[in-house]
Design a protein around this ligand. Structure first.
Ligand code: HEC
Length: 185
């Protein structure tokens, strides 16, 4: 092969590679970014809190003026809001239950409650790093409770819904006591 031909061939190969790259790598990176579990801080403020409210605050509308449960008081929109919220809680918790690298916050990022008697993000990180399996187990537990919530929603069972929304709250709380402010309750 003469040099000129090699150059042309080489150019062709890299042209093909470039085309292949611009096609493949960004897509891969996008799906990797999507697959990465967000920080605990981001998840708690942007995912857990609003979606917990989506279930629990909405479920409250099932109570009539006499404080009795009545599933017919909930509208279709409210049932679907609760379903979507419970699905997000289940799926995010499952992602954490399978996450090897649990990150509390971005480097230098301060937790909202920091300085108000709670511990800083590095301290929360080290509590998690001491027992990441326990953290994952509690996330698995929350995802199972969210599954039970979904069953109650599917059945349009107000009592089961109310019970499971209490159980969700306990699942949040027990992890907070263990991993957020251990020993402080
Ligand atoms: C497996 C552990 C775990 C579970 C389950 C959990 N959390 Fe958290 N949560 C944490 C940790 C750790 C922190 C402290 C770090 C932080 O602030 O992000 C926290 C902090 C928070 C904060 C404060 C965020 C801030 O810093 O301002 C809120 C709000 C919150 N969680 C809501 C919830 C709700 C609602 C649920 C249940 C639906 C829940 N969490 C379930 C571990 C958990």
């Amino acid at each position: 092969m003469n040099t000129k031909l090699t150059l042309i061939a080489g150019g062709l190969v890299s042209a093909i590679l470039v085309t292949a790259c611009s096609h493949n790598i960004p897509a891969e990176e996008i799906s990797k970014a999507e697959a990465e579990t967000p920080t605990v801080y981001y998840s708690m403020t942007e995912i857990y809190q609003p979606n917990f409210q989506g279930v629990a605050d909405t479920a409250f509308y099932a109570y009539n003026d006499d404080g009795e449960l009545d599933a017919s008081l909930l509208t279709d929109e409210q049932w679907s809001l609760m379903k979507e919220s419970a699905e997000v809680l289940r799926d995010t918790s499952l992602a954490f239950a399978n996450e090897d690298n649990i990150r509390v916050a971005e480097p230098g990022e301060e937790l909202f409650n920091e300085g108000q008697g709670f511990i800083p993000s590095e301290a929360v990180q080290s509590v998690i790093d001491d027992n990441p399996d326990g953290f994952r187990a509690m996330m698995m537990y929350l995802s199972e409770e969210a599954d039970r919530t979904l069953e109650a929603i599917e059945a349009r069972d107000a009592q089961a819904l109310s019970d499971s929304s209490d159980a969700l709250y306990s699942a949040c709380k027990s992890c907070h006591v263990a991993y957020w402010y251990p020993g402080r309750k």
